[in-house]
Design a protein around this ligand. Structure first.
Ligand code: AMP
Length: 128
């Protein structure tokens, strides 16, 4: 069965898209730690990130770099954290999180509740 992220990539499930090319897709995390919290996924459905072939894995970081530059410019954060963790979705993904202190990347913190309009506005700004 296709993962929820494959369904997002295929447009079966809606997402707030930030960027896309032939191999990767970036969209806003629906439970963000901060405005601009984005997920980068390979279109190739592989569960564990280090099971990706070398080309896809390295290309994913280059793709994420471009998205991170947009996040940094939009939020004015000091750096964009690059986080791979969690077992919830069996489709490799990188979290990109605006960061001004290490506490900003604490996944136990309460997530932001954003309106659909705000998600859409953030996605629009990041995809410009
Ligand atoms: P984890 O595997 O722990 O990294 O968790 C997967 C992440 O995907 C979580 O941060 C979820 O909020 C996020 N997520 C799950 N479903 C969706 C969705 N439909 N749209 C956007 N983000 C999602």
């Amino acid at each position: 069965m296709a993962s929820i992220f494959s369904k997002i990539i295929d447009g079966e499930i809606p997402s707030y898209k930030v960027a896309e090319d032939e191999n990767y897709y970036a969209f806003l995390d629906i439970n963000p730690l901060a405005e601009g919290h984005t997920l980068v996924v390979p279109k190739k459905e592989v569960d564990y990130i280090f099971d990706l072939d070398d080309k896809t894995l390295s290309g994913m970081m280059v793709f994420a770099k471009k998205v991170a530059a947009k996040i940094k410019a939009m939020t004015g954060c000091k750096k964009v954290a690059v986080v791979v963790l969690g077992l919830e979705v069996a489709h490799a993904h990188i979290h990109l999180i605006p960061m001004n202190s290490e506490a900003d990347v604490d996944f136990h913190r309460e997530k932001l509740q954003l309106t659909p309009e705000r998600f859409a506005e953030i996605a629009r700004k990041l995809s410009e």
